[in-house]
Design a protein around this ligand. Structure first.
Ligand code: UDP
Length: 489
């Protein structure tokens, strides 16, 4: 049984970035791509992660690899197909890296065997396919165990960690200890922020690359008001007054036309209406995103003082193999909704979005984010929080927890609001404040968009990955130069 599955990568047109970043920066990006391509000399760049659908890593890979292909790089994307014991262990590691106990079980010899039985086979399978001159980028804990097998082929291996915690405690250190032996064999490790770097890793191999969003994806592209209304009506998320007259169209990544046709599943007291005020959180069904806290805080601290509606949207849980907790957490959220008083149920909308066509799913998220008056990301742990950058790019005012990579994105009081992750009253107050002050909300939204333009678009990540690749192959340049895109550019 093969342990790796290839994900098709559609080449995307890099030319579209010229109008986004300006002629000078675009020229620089093209020069870097040309240099990287020369160095790669027809060899492949392999990327491995644990899912092609759902979550931030898959979201970023689809874009970044698509553009690199569009620029002439032979990118490959493989997904590691684990079994249940494997994903139970990797979810435990993921939770532990975020400082959470998860299922509470130990990372002992039994866990290591469940983990290595998959990563050893995946490593051997990939090692058979790469040739000297190729480069391998492995993402997150699920793939770290592949490093020893691939190193034997003699190709550069990068391990990219998308999760982390600002201050590591006992639980987090335990997960580091489990993974460290593999990770130390990599030629470079990439973290999203300085605070996430593990101790006992070599500084000279450590680089920082913050995640980024694709301004042209179905998730982030501009939508007209008519498209927002049409998409929400087609997905069954808002009454459209008339009968399906709205424009439910969007542009697919490859610029071909798409249309939202599938309906979301919604638990709600009544459907959303076009003039309702909307507070939104979009997240996978994960306890670290705190769905119960988002609902509880809204019902206790926002609803008594205004007439707003909360929409909490996540993906259909059927689709996501690498997250064994999704089903359970969705069931908890549904039970929480069902237990709300009837009046509160009229103001809460629990949404699961269709995941059959990922671009359709993305277009619905896009329309929801554009429809929202305030966007919330009340996670209790967050590696980066792409949903925050997505909301900011749409010039939405965001209320988010003061944790992890969210702090790199939002400057409190300027490009959004940061609140204590455990303080439901503070979350409620910040939401109410923005709802009551539309001018303040609009100004923050504008500043938020500018912040993403300056620091969190995919073009910045691409420059950094090319710089890292050059460093691996030529030995020139320092980790600091890769980590600081302004210095590099
Ligand atoms: N997302 C989505 N559909 C959903 C729920 C989430 O496309 O139904 C996306 C969301 O828009 C974002 C990503 O999944 O792009 C989540 O990334 P983030 O970094 O916020 O969190 P992660 O899931 O990686 O912990």
């Amino acid at each position: 049984m093969p342990v790796l599955t290839s994900v098709p990568i559609a080449a995307l047109p890099v030319e579209r970035f010229e109008s986004l970043i300006g002629e000078r920066d675009y020229r620089r990006l093209m020069e870097r791509f040309a240099r990287g391509r020369d160095l790669l000399d027809g060899h492949a760049m392999w990327q491995v992660n644990s899912t092609s659908r759902g979550g931030g890593v898959a979201e970023m890979l689809a874009s970044l690899l698509g553009y690199a292909r569009g620029a002439g790089v032979d990118e490959r994307w493989e997904v590691i197909e684990g079994n249940e014991p494997f994903f139970a262990v990797t979810k435990r590691i993921h939770n532990n890296l975020h400082g959470a106990v998860g299922d509470g079980l130990p990372l002992d010899d039994e866990a290591r065997e469940a983990y290595e039985s998959v990563t050893r086979a995946a490593g051997a399978e990939l090692a058979n396919r790469v040739v000297p001159g190729d480069v391998v980028l492995l993402h997150d804990p699920q793939t770290a165990g592949m490093i020893p097998a691939i190193k034997q082929v003699g190709v550069p291996v990068v391990w990219r960690c998308h999760v982390g915690i600002d201050t590591a405690g006992e639980i987090t250190r335990r997960a580091w200890a489990f993974l460290r032996g593999y990770v130390q064999q990599a030629d470079a490790y990439v973290f999203s922020r300085r605070q996430y770097v593990w101790n006992e890793l070599e500084p000279d191999k450590t680089v920082l690359i913050a995640p980024s969003i694709d301004a042209y994806s179905a998730k982030n592209q501009e939508l007209s008001d008519g498209q927002v209304t049409g998409i929400l009506a087609a997905a069954g998320l808002q009454q459209d007054g008339a009968t399906r007259t709205g424009d439910a169209s969007f542009a697919r990544m490859d610029a071909s036309p798409g249309r939202v046709e599938r309906r979301a599943e919604v638990d709600e007291g009544r459907p959303l209406r076009p003039d309702d005020v909307v507070v939104l959180q979009v997240s996978r069904w994960d306890r670290l995103k705190d769905p119960l806290g988002v609902i509880d805080g809204f019902v206790r601290h926002v609803l008594p003082r205004c007439d707003a509606h909360l929409v909490y949207a996540g993906p259909s849980v059927e689709a996501i193999a690498d997250d064994p907790e999704g089903r359970e957490v969705l069931a908890e959220a549904k039970a929480c909704f069902a237990a709300l008083p009837a009046k509160a149920r009229e103001h809460v909308h629990l949404v699961t979005l269709p995941m059959i066509d990922l671009e359709e799913n993305a277009a619905i998220v896009n329309a929801l984010q554009r429809r929202a008056d305030v966007i919330v990301q009340k996670s209790t742990a967050e590696g980066f929080g792409l949903t925050v950058a997505e909301a900011m790019w749409k010039a939405r005012p965001v209320v988010a927890s003061r944790i992890g990579g969210i702090q790199d994105q939002i400057e409190d009081g300027r490009s959004g609001r940061l609140v204590d992750a455990q303080d439901l009253a503070a979350y409620g107050d910040a939401v109410l404040d923005l709802l009551a002050n539309p001018e303040l909300a609009a100004t923050m939204g504008k500043q938020a968009r500018q912040r993403v333009q300056n620091g969190f678009l995919g073009t910045r990540s691409m420059l950094q990955y090319i710089a890292l690749y050059e460093r691996l192959v030529t030995g020139k340049g320092s980790p600091a130069e890769v980590s600081d895109p302004s210095g590099y550019a």
